[in-house]
Structure formats: C-alpha cells, structure tokens
Design a protein around this ligand. Sequence first.
Ligand SMILES: [Zn+2]
Length: 123
Amino acid sequence: MAKCDEGYLCSVCGGDVENITQSDLYLRFVIGMVDPELLHAQPEKHIRCNPTLAQFIVAEDFEPVIVDDDFAKSKLDPEHVKEREDLVSRGWARLKEIPSLGEVSILEFPLPEAIEKMKSRES
Ligand SMILES: [Zn+2]
C-alpha cells in the first residue's frame, strides 16, 4: 500500500474509512470543531466509531447511535442536546453534499457558521 494511503484507517476499529461521508474527522471539521490546519494531523475515525458525537446525528438515513455511558445524550441538558443535534445533523447533511461539490477548496466544506468562526479566529 502506498504511503499516502496511511492515515485513512480508523483509529478505533482499524477498518478503512472509505469515503468522506463516513469520516468523523471531516464531520467535526464541517461543524467547526477541527481547525483546517490540524485536519491532517488528527487520527481518522468512522463516524459510528465516535458514538459520543454520532449520537447527535438525527436523520432518516442515519441509523441512530446509542450511547449508554456518562456522555449519553439522555443524561445531558436537553437544551444542549437540542443545539448539538441541530448542529451535528446539519453537519452530516453537509458532509453528504461534499462529494458532489466538485472542485472546491476544503475551506468551503464547513457549515456557514463554522466558516465564520474560522475567519474570526484568523483575524
Ligand atoms: Zn471504525
């Protein structure tokens, strides 16, 4: 396997993260949790291999992820959970759009508010 292929293996289960719509790293990037300059320095994971975040994806085409430890959303503040679900679900929808965007800069992947956040950090 070519050297550049390394880093696309899930750091949790060791399986291939075959495309961007399975990528926890890119999901966190589009919702503004990962700085673009850190994107390639962080370990890749499947979305479902990071249940603490994946539990907030509420979508018809996403089989719900259930967490039963202290980070379970059933144990969190409902207001916080609602905000989280809104953000992460929109991030997931955005992630699915990315393969059809064509040749756009990676800096245009994130949600509008995440891009705003990135810009305000730069200045
Ligand atoms: Zn995995």
